[in-house]
Design a protein around this ligand. Structure first.
Ligand code: PEP
Ligand code: MN
Length: 337
């Protein structure tokens, strides 16, 4: 349930409504927009059913929210959220490119990649130190050593860094080194992990689960925000379908759907969505043109020797060519790249 206040509602009127909500044991979240203030009610709203909140001074209307997510809901927060990672702002008209290797393999590999992607115009360095691999015999990541290399790369290049966390131990280690936590597709509904990531207060990149609906994805975001951490960026990375020509199927329609349902920024990962290097560029362009707030692109100094996801990783030259080709599209639709 959302209480929409009249334009220029008095502060006293807003606080009166907040107090009523809280005195009934519910939480009131105030969102102050350019025109109107909105008060979101979180909790068992049946406790308010006998109160006629519409009659109070400066209340415009009461809007019922049917979706179970509230804090991630656009009805709750009509202005788009801007999430700050280091010195980079995601959302609100910016177009932010995350890039880097699937896995941190060595200091040299990571530093070479960090410098190359920065030169080509990327804004944030990605790199996995805890790899959720399908096979237990595949490379599992350098763990804390990999996190240290990420921090060194940040210190050398100034690029903020993001790393996936797959356990509470990984979160505890990562908060010492990284600017943003990534919750991967396989853990999107690991509710315990979502809560722990939320508690850190660090921005969280929340990838869509392999078979998650948009509603389930936004409820996962709700778990993080409900811990008092509004800094969530969504990442569409392809979903499981009957199609086998690509690793997953990029759900490009998730971009406008998320924009309609939520205020959270959304980026697109065409690397994991397709698993095929040649398809990354066309889908990256499509994501920009469709209104995404950014991209995540895997890059590697020598993809044929990569310890994970080589077939979908771009060389530095291919990455630079991609960012160059994105620029005219960004200009055309007035996005800051
Ligand atoms: C990744 O970004 O390295 C990754 C494992 O992606 P996803 O969780 O989308 O599969
Ligand atoms: Mn990968």
């Amino acid at each position: 349930m959302i209480i929409v206040m009249k334009p220029r509602a008095k502060q006293d009127s807003i606080l009166r409504i907040k107090n009523i909500i809280e005195s009934h044991g519910l939480d009131a979240h105030i969102s102050t927009g350019k025109q109107v203030t909105i008060i979101g009610v979180v909790g068992d709203k049946s406790k308010l059913q006998d109160l006629n909140l519409e009659i109070y001074e400066d209340v415009e209307k009461i809007v019922a929210v049917t979706e179970s997510y509230k804090l991630a809901n656009k009805k709750f927060h009509p202005d788009p959220s801007v999430v700050t990672v280091g010195n980079v702002k995601i959302g609100g008209g910016n177009f932010v490119i995350f890039s880097g290797p699937c896995a941190v393999e060595s200091k040299d590999q990571l530093l070479a990649t960090a410098h190359a992607i920065k030169k080509a115009g990327a804004h944030i360095l990605r790199g996995g130190a805890y790899k959720p691999r399908t096979s237990p015999y595949s490379f599992q990541g350098l763990e804390e050593e990999g996190l240290k290399f990420m921090k060194e790369a940040r210190d050398e290049t100034g690029l903020p860094v993001v790393c996936e966390v797959t356990s509470l131990n990984a979160i505890e280690a990562a908060i010492k080194y990284v600017d943003m936590l990534q919750i991967g597709a396989r853990n999107m509904q690991n509710f315990y992990l979502l809560k722990e990531a939320g508690k850190t207060g660090l921005p969280v990149l929340l990838k869509r689960g392999l078979s998650a609906t948009i509603d389930e994805w936004l409820n996962a975001a709700e778990y993080i925000i409900a811990e008092g951490n509004p800094n969530v960026v969504l990442c569409e990375r392809g979903i499981r379908t009957f199609e086998t020509a690509t690793r997953n199927t990029l759900d490009i329609s998730a971009i406008p759907v998320i924009k309609e349902k939520s205020h959270l920024p959304i980026i697109v990962d065409p690397s994991h969505a397709t698993g095929v290097r040649a398809y990354v560029k066309p889908l990256a362009k499509g994501a920009l043109a469709t209104g995404a707030d950014g991209l995540m692109i895997e890059t590697h100094p020598n993809p044929s020797c990569a310890l994970s996801d080589g077939p979908q990783s771009l060389t530095f030259e291919q990455f630079e060519n991609l960012t160059n080709e994105l620029k005219p599209i960004a200009d055309l639709i007035d996005r800051k790249l």
